[in-house]
Write a protein that binds this ligand. Structure first.
Ligand SMILES: Cc1cc2nc3c(=O)[nH]c(=O)nc-3n(C[C@H](O)[C@H](O)[C@H](O)COP(=O)(O)O)c2cc1C
Length: 197
């Protein structure tokens, strides 16, 4: 498969399970490599990732559930709870952080670009998220990207001993593909691209 084929294979998979063929060490290595070999501005390597399996994955989704229980109306909570059950049914979760200490240090070192480093940090995180998501798809592990930050940040930091400078940006929840992705539509290329020769 070409790289573009791998990209096309990556989808948001919401029906995930624990019937994963790879062992945890193999998945951990795929995530580490995907993040490690993703580019970052000035090679600043601001991305940090916390990989959760088993009990830790369950604990994470418990935190999300209980945080939302306090914030969402009783009526709306049923749908929220069902969604969280679907994520908890997965095999693991990768929490994507950006280390703000490194961002600040880059701003100090390269004052001319100071305003850009927080933006580039976000770009780097997005690239790392995409690379991880696509690398997992390559080995037939389905995933979806979630954003329960910032409401869960404090409790997650306490539970998993996260350094204060790490800022949570996204959660990639993954597992075996129990149902295919929904249909995806695309806007016209003419709206998105301009080519000049
Ligand atoms: C920056 C970004 C943020 C997203 N946030 C969420 C999210 O919070 N929850 C979710 O279920 N999907 C989220 N998604 C997934 C998109 O809805 C999904 O990628 C898009 O509809 C295209 O579908 P596909 O992933 O199957 O190609 C996000 C995707 C991106 C790129």
């Amino acid at each position: 498969m070409t790289f573009l084929d791998q990209m096309k294979k990556r989808r948001s998979i919401y029906s995930i399970g624990k019937n994963v063929k790879l062992d945890q060490a193999e998945i951990e290595q795929i995530i580490k490599d995907a993040v490690k070999f993703s580019p970052s501005s000035f090679n600043s390597q601001t991305s940090r990732v916390v990989i959760l399996f088993g009990q830790s994955h369950d604990t994470f989704w418990h935190i999300v559930r209980e945080t939302l229980r306090d914030l969402v109306s009783a009526d709306a909570f049923e749908a929220t709870n069902n969604k969280i059950n679907a994520f908890a049914a997965g095999y693991g979760t990768a929490l994507f952080y950006e280390d703000q200490d490194v961002v600040k240090s880059m701003q100090e070192q390269f004052a001319l670009y100071a305003d850009n480093f927080p933006v580039w940090s976000e770009h780097s995180s997005a690239i790392a998220q995409f690379a991880t998501w696509t690398a997992l798809a390559e080995v037939n592990i389905g995933a979806s990207l979630q954003h329960y930050n910032p409401i869960i940040d404090e409790e997650v930091a306490r539970t998993f001993d996260i350094p204060p400078s790490w800022k949570l940006r996204a959660q990639l929840v993954f597992g075996s593909i129990e149902a295919p992705a929904g249909e995806k539509t695309f806007i016209d290329d003419a709206e998105r691209f301009k080519t000049f020769t």
